[in-house]
Design a binder for this molecule. Structure first.
Ligand SMILES: *[C@@H]1O[C@H](CO)[C@@H](O)[C@H](O)[C@H]1NC(C)=O
Ligand SMILES: *[C@@H]1O[C@H](CO)[C@@H](O)[C@H](O)[C@H]1NC(C)=O
Ligand SMILES: *[C@@H]1O[C@H](CO)[C@@H](O)[C@H](O)[C@H]1NC(C)=O
Ligand SMILES: *[C@@H]1O[C@H](CO)[C@@H](O)[C@H](O)[C@H]1NC(C)=O
Ligand SMILES: *[C@@H]1O[C@H](CO)[C@@H](O)[C@H](O)[C@H]1NC(C)=O
Ligand SMILES: *[C@@H]1O[C@H](CO)[C@@H](O)[C@H](O)[C@H]1NC(C)=O
Ligand SMILES: *[C@@H]1O[C@H](CO)[C@@H](O)[C@H](O)[C@H]1NC(C)=O
Length: 393
């Protein structure tokens, strides 16, 4: 069911136009810490986040069930008047500086008091959780071209990263005040909450999608926008995995607040509504329980949101993700696609993976985004994608 790349050859060519990006990332990666050594039920892994990508500490290992789940994984409006002391965020021209000096607590406080349901213009918030720059940024620039007013971008980078693109870029001044992230640790969830909170302050953001620097869109903006804005649920994956790598990670000390029956697993890469975003950043109770009791082989980014949503608002999500990942290698990291893998046939297989429902009906589209794509895929993607996705000239 999951698509395998045509070839596993790894190409080691240099690409001049991304060389500077790579240089920055290499310099940064040298400076990151060894996270630690974990002995799990099955593996002993030394986790060193040394590549450009988010290293997965663990996998939603590919099996019959989980590959099905990857696809089938499958309000209480409080109308507060938007007269709060909000940073100038409601202007959608894109040239609004997102920088502010609020602490995380002040930010969460402000963002939990935003209206959950808002009339007026509807934007999709694209929230990039990255280390540094976006190697596939040019593809995203192309994707967003001409769509001003329908999207907002938020970048959570390493706090040391302070490169600012030119003012013609959609990423210009879209960084939010960020902190260090340790992969698989609570600081990862903190970064996601920070992104959500910043994005909630713009009341026209209705849908919130979390992306990494290795993600690509699978359709053009119009198609993705319509799919999301018209969806009556969120796409946050949440499922009960009876195996050791699911229920086996539950810690009894989480009870009675979280029972084994409540325990869920899911992909980190979510797409949620405004209403669910407010629920998530409002949570203190379950966050505490996780922070105190979720240790390797329990990883907060794989269990916290799926369990939280199951506890507080289970029918706000379809329980499936819309970000495609290839776990078919059966390893603890998903496949990273390289230049040689990028063909129209490959992209179409991912674009039209069958078997999903949408707003209660069958849908020919399961996934709107995919990962993980190596910087070397930029060149073929820029060649193939405009024609394939039907980008406006
Ligand atoms: C956004 O701000 C600019 C400059 O402050 C202003 O000219 C423009 O009309 C505003 N746009 C909206 C949609 O409020
Ligand atoms: C963008 O930057 C250029 C020079 O770098 C400047 O001339 C121009 O006014 C800027 N445009 C905006 C909209 O700020
Ligand atoms: C959500 O679930 C509750 C029960 O937990 C049910 O009463 C309600 O109708 C459901 N809402 C929707 C929209 O399915
Ligand atoms: C998602 O899963 C929860 C339980 O984990 C369930 O209550 C809910 O109905 C499911 N939603 C859909 C759309 O199947
Ligand atoms: C979503 O919309 C579809 C079609 O209108 C409907 O059948 C389904 O019950 C809705 N689901 C929720 C959770 O509102
Ligand atoms: C949806 O798909 C399932 C199987 O994939 C099929 O049994 C069902 O009839 C389809 N429903 C509609 C409304 O087409
Ligand atoms: C997206 O593709 C559709 C056809 O699939 C086309 O009608 C639309 O104009 C395209 N939109 C953009 C922004 O490229």
């Amino acid at each position: 069911m999951l698509v395998k790349p045509n070839a596993k050859q790894w190409i080691n060519e240099g690409y001049i136009h991304i060389a500077s990006t790579i240089t920055i990332c290499v310099v940064m990666s040298v400076s990151v810490f060894v996270l630690g050594t974990f002995v799990t039920n099955h593996y002993r892994r030394i986790v060193i986040p040394h590549d450009l990508y988010f290293p997965r500490l663990t996998a939603i290992t590919q099996t019959k069930e989980s590959s099905v789940y990857l696809c089938h994984e499958t309000s209480r409006p409080s109308l507060i008047s938007p007269s709060l002391d909000v940073v100038e965020f409601t202007n959608s021209t894109g040239f609004v500086d997102l920088w502010h000096s609020m602490s995380d607590d002040e930010l969460m406080e402000k963002a939990t008091n935003v209206p959950r349901v808002v009339e007026g213009p509807q934007k999709v918030a694209f929230m990039f959780l990255t280390r540094g720059s976006l190697p596939l940024g040019l593809l995203w620039e192309r994707f967003f071209k001409g769509q001003e007013g329908l999207f907002s971008i938020y970048l959570h980078t390493s706090p040391d990263f302070n490169y600012e693109p030119s003012n013609s870029s959609v990423f210009y001044k879209r960084r939010i005040p960020s902190k260090h992230v340790q992969w698989g640790k609570p600081s990862m969830i903190d970064a996601e909450r920070r992104l959500l909170a910043n994005a909630l302050l713009d009341f026209s953001n209705q849908r919130f999608i979390l992306l990494s620097e290795t993600c690509i869109p699978l359709f053009n903006f119009t198609t993705i926008y319509n799919y999301l804005i018209n969806a009556n649920q969120s796409f946050l994956s949440s499922f009960d995995d009876p195996r050791k790598i699911g229920r086996g990670r539950y810690n009894k000390r989480m009870g009675p607040t979280i029972t084994l029956q409540d325990w869920r697993k899911g992909s980190q890469w979510f797409e949620i509504t405004r209403e669910l975003a407010v629920e998530i950043i409002s949570d203190k109770l379950y966050y505490q329980v996780f922070q105190n009791n979720c240790w390797p082989p329990c990883y907060m980014d794989e269990h916290y949101l799926p369990t939280l949503v199951n506890k507080v608002r289970p029918n706000l999500t379809t329980n499936r993700t819309i970000t495609w990942t290839d776990w078919s290698g059966g390893r603890s990291h998903p496949t990273t696609f390289r230049k040689i893998d990028i063909t129209e046939a490959f992209l179409n297989r991912v674009r039209y993976e069958p078997g999903c429902t949408y707003n209660g009906g069958n849908s020919s589209i399961c996934f709107l985004f995919a990962r993980k794509f190596h910087p070397s895929t930029l060149e073929p993607l820029l060649k193939i994608v405009p024609g394939l996705f039907g980008f406006n000239p």
